[in-house]
Design a protein around this ligand. Structure first.
Ligand code: MN
Length: 243
């Protein structure tokens, strides 16, 4: 594609992002489930969802400047780069984000890594924003609470495992509470923007441990960031992902 065509497509993608943000911003943040699920159902051209709440709404766990840069710059860049990677792959334009990430091995060699990194980044952050949404239950309930008790013994042991996996993740990545195909919960880390979806597991809780998620406020203190975020989780959003 020539430069003119590229610019035209990019402008179209950017316009799409603006429209979606305007629509989302006009309604109160009330449905974390649809927020993440809507992103997983997107297909090319992908669009950045509005955060859905104020940038300072998660303080003191996450400061407003980090929230702003993280959503408006980092997440936006994953969306932009995912669109760039797929621009010349019209046969993939009908695939949803979920289909792309669960079918990475079926993608052409030339785009697989870009989809893994940028599609993963788009999906992972969409879930993360719902888990940080202010309000909601501050402890797991219902079926998720029962499953956590069954597989970890207590909520405290589950969050301790999430923290440990976040601390053990060398370099950039995520710590996850996932549900496998048999319904069993477990905790794992992943590198970069790799999503458990690619391995057939469903993300229930995902906490970003890239330095961009915490460095402005916590500098090198990843443990303090993990304590703060794990203590501020919106467990209604986790339950929605579990359902
Ligand atoms: Mn991030």
């Amino acid at each position: 594609m020539d430069r003119r065509g590229f610019l035209k497509t990019s402008a179209g993608a950017a316009a799409g992002m603006t429209v979606l943000s305007a629509l989302d911003a006009s309604t109160a943040f009330a449905a974390p489930r649809s927020f993440a699920d809507d992103v997983m159902s997107q297909h090319y051209p992908f669009a950045l969802p509005a955060l859905g709440y104020a940038e300072n709404a998660v303080e003191p766990a996450v400061d407003a400047q980090t929230m702003s840069i993280h959503h408006d710059k980092h997440h936006a860049a994953y969306v932009t780069n995912l669109n760039k990677a797929l621009e010349t792959q019209p046969t993939l334009h009908g695939r949803t984000l979920r289909e792309l990430l669960t079918g990475l091995s079926t993608l052409p060699d030339g785009v697989r890594t870009a989809v893994r990194n940028n599609g993963g980044g788009h999906a992972n952050h969409a879930l993360y924003w719902t888990l940080l949404a202010p309000g909601g239950a501050k402890a797991p309930g219902g079926a998720l609470a029962s499953a956590i008790m069954r597989d970890f013994g207590s909520v405290a042991q589950c969050t301790a495992a999430l923290k440990a996996a976040g601390l053990a993740q060398f370099g950039s990545g995520w710590t996850w509470l996932v549900r496998d195909g048999g319904g069993k919960l477990s905790v794992r880390g992943s590198a970069n923007q790799d999503t458990p979806l690619t391995d057939g597991a469903k993300p229930i809780v995902g906490v970003d441990v890239w330095e961009h998620a915490y460095y402005l406020k916590y500098q090198n203190r990843r443990a303090d960031y993990l304590d703060a975020v794990l203590g501020a989780l919106n467990w209604d959003a986790a339950s929605a992902a579990f359902a």
